[in-house]
Ligand binder design. Structure first.
Ligand code: NAD
Length: 478
């Protein structure tokens, strides 16, 4: 018996959760339920994160959380409960299977069966944003080696467990050589540990185009957070309906399972919503807690029900469908199919799945880190780079020289193009001359000089070499 936490959520949440629980309990799921309240009511009672402290305790104690969609109230100040839960519980892996149910659910891609594994904690979603000048705001994209290793290893282990043949990595490392470059590099390193699984890397733009056009070319796809957010919705949509997909959010200790859709408030309380997305989440949960035979039984009964043409309104189609049913009737139909397998759709077999065991991240020895310069970011609104160069050259010191100035990453001094559009946000790079060392004290001197010269430095970024390799981007055109 496994104790799990359940939240029925808002809108259609309670109806689809009741249907889901009824189905899995009828199939013999060995679970005990602690129910907690999250979402709209909790938000509107003044709790800006949508969850009470004692509910966190329940979630952390049980470690397995099945969550129906919630409504985040409009207006400022309310934090997304999903994002908070993922971050607080370290749910680094978001797994979303997207499978076509042709010919029972209309889709342009009848043989699609892919799983998106999305990194869930870092990238641009760290939410570290600043306005620095009148014209420029920034968002920090943070990618870590532990983050990359954990998600890439998860993708390969998942592929191994599910008997999948290939793992593809999507990044944009031709542009983001440090951040996406690290993700790609870690992918190549870890892929070597799984010689039995094919691996490949695609640049995200053409990869996404290919996925939307020829999804049958892919199996498991792993990617950083933002790309995964966008592509996993596209992948679910092109199977025919976002209402049919579930997702798992997996951490080292806790996990959360859900439907990918929202609370559909306009459909609430009418017994019309499709419980399939949440049911798919619950099946992933049963697999995760080792109740694979129950998961298999439910999935096959669900496939059989869809195949029988028993459909909720969102997938009902004159001709293909046989009977339009409500949430409760759909659940009853799945229950009456428990023990049966689909005839045309491929039945699943999870019973022999090995448990997915992931090693803890092993920290690496620190590299030899050497400071070689600094980028001073300057707010300046006169827009002629040559004038700015003359001004900041006054900061030069013994052996420390102005190396270049860029504007939005494009080199504008020395030898810039007059056609390049410049904003009021400038990066002035100072480096040690050949053969000289660069120290933190040089940065302090530069800043002191900038103060004297009334140059508005809005931030600094240190330039390092790690084990002799330069670890910062060049200016575009440098
Ligand atoms: P939505 O997913 O709730 O609805 C989009 C469309 O899909 C609607 O037409 C809806 O009727 C339909 N739909 C969704 N699920 C369905 C189902 N199971 N059966 C049949 N039809 C279904 O997205 P939205 O309208 O943008 O958002 C509504 C609320 O949900 C918002 O408050 C949003 O913040 C929240 N939301 C929550 C989650 C979550 O908790 N994981 C995710 C997304 C959105």
């Amino acid at each position: 018996m496994k104790r799990i936490t359940v939240a029925k959520g808002d809108g259609i949440g309670p109806e689809i959760m009741d249907a889901t629980l009824e189905i899995i309990l009828a199939a013999g799921a060995q679970i005990e339920i602690d129910e907690i309240e999250v979402g709209e009511k909790v938000y509107l009672a003044g709790n800006t994160s949508g969850i009470a402290a004692e509910s966190w305790e329940t979630i952390r104690k049980n470690k397995i959380f099945l969550k129906a969609p919630i409504t985040t109230p409009q207006g400022g100040g309310y934090k997304s409960l999903n994002v908070t839960t993922r971050k607080f519980l370290g749910l680094y892996s978001n797994v979303r299977p997207c499978m076509s149910l042709h010919p029972f659910v209309s889709t342009k891609h009848p043989v699609m069966d892919i799983v998106i594994v999305r990194e869930n904690e870092e990238d641009l979603y760290a939410g570290i944003e600043h306005q620095q000048t009148d014209e420029v705001v920034q968002c920090l994209k943070l990618i870590s080696r532990p983050g990359c290793e954990k998600i890439v290893r998860y993708a390969f282990e998942y592929a191994k467990q599910q008997n999948r043949k290939k793992v593809t990595c999507f990044t944009k490392d031709n542009i983001m050589k440090q951040t996406d470059g690290l993700f790609h590099q870690v992918f190549d390193e870890i892929a070597k540990e799984y010689p039995e699984i094919e691996n490949e890397h695609w640049i995200i733009d053409i990869g996404a185009a290919k996925m939307a056009d020829t999804p049958e070319a892919f199996d498991v796809i792993v990617m950083p957070n933002l790309y995964g957010d966008v592509l996993s919705d596209i992948a679910a949509q092109i199977t025919g309906s976002v209402g049919l997909a579930g997702s798992a959010n997996i951490g080292e200790e806790c996990s959360m399972f859900e439907a990918i859709h929202g609370s559909a408030p306009r459909r609430a309380g009418q017994n019309v919503a499709n419980p399939s997305g949440l049911l798919q989440g619950a099946i992933m949960m049963l697999n995760h807690i080792g109740q694979t035979n129950i998961a298999e039984k439910v999935q096959n009964a669900w496939l059989k029900t869809l195949e029988d043409g028993i459909h909720t309104y969102d997938i009902y189609k004159e001709g293909t469908s046989k009977q339009k049913v409500g949430t409760k009737e759909f659940a009853q139909a799945v229950i009456s199919n428990l023990g049966q397998k689909p005839n045309i759709l491929k039945p699943v077999s999870y019973a022999n799945n090995s448990e997915l065991i992931l090693p803890k991240y092993q920290r690496k020895p620190a590299a030899n880190k050497k400071l070689v310069g600094v980028d001073l970011f300057v707010h300046w609104n006169q827009f002629d780079p040559n004038v700015l160069a003359e001004k900041v050259k006054k900061l030069e010191d013994n052996g420390v020289k102005l190396n270049m100035i860029t504007n939005r990453g494009i080199k504008v001094w020395p030898e810039g193009f007059k056609e390049t559009f410049c904003t009021d946000h400038w990066r002035c790079r100072f480096k040690a001359e050949a053969g000289q060392d660069f120290f933190k004290s040089n940065i302090i001197k530069l800043l002191n000089q900038a103060l004297n010269e009334e140059i508005d430095v809005i931030k600094t970024e240190n330039l390092y070499e790690f084990d002799g390799k330069s670890a910062y981007s060049l200016g575009q055109g440098q």
